[in-house]
Ligand binder design. Structure first.
Ligand code: HEC
Length: 129
């Protein structure tokens, strides 16, 4: 059911490049329960996890002022080594799969990822504190 909703949500999303409004919606749907509506790590599910979800508005601050785009994308996609060994955060590779889009990373390189992930990352970049 959740899966079906996600698919409907994704197919209803207009295919605009780097659409942060869509990213905000997707974040509210898939991520806010743990990371909080404003991505500050204070979602209601956080209390039940052994590891608290991190404040995602501090990603740049904790990375020398540069948004760690590649890490974020692979983290959510479930392709990092950490996830391969299991962790409290679910893997979204299948749910957020879709046509790939290329986005410009803060370091000037191009990064390709499914559109939904690109949109979420675009929104996260906007909310960096
Ligand atoms: C079930 C709770 C839960 C959900 C849902 C969830 N996360 Fe997480 N997330 C966590 C926890 C706990 C961590 C820290 C531990 C870890 O890395 O596994 C984390 C870590 C992360 C990190 C790594 C931060 C860093 O410092 O590298 C990113 C990025 C992230 N989440 C983004 C997302 C996004 C985007 C979504 C939605 C698509 C999402 N999360 C959904 C619980 C969750």
């Amino acid at each position: 059911m959740v899966r079906t909703l996600a698919v409907l949500l994704l197919t209803a999303t207009p295919t605009l490049a780097e659409d942060s409004a869509s990213g905000a919606r997707l974040f509210g749907f898939h991520c806010a329960a743990c990371h909080g509506a404003a991505a500050e790590g204070d979602g209601p599910l956080g209390d039940m996890l052994t590891i608290r979800p991190p404040d995602l508005t501090e990603l740049s601050a904790r990375n020398g002022g540069v948004f760690p785009l590649a890490r974020v994308l692979s983290r959510v996609d479930g392709t990092t080594e950490v996830m391969a060994h299991g962790g409290p955060m679910p893997v979204f590779g299948l749910i957020l799969d879709g046509p790939s889009e290329v986005m410009l990373a803060p370091d000037g390189s191009d990064v390709a990822a499914p559109e939904a992930l690109v949109n979420i990352a675009t929104w996260l970049i906007e909310v960096q504190g």
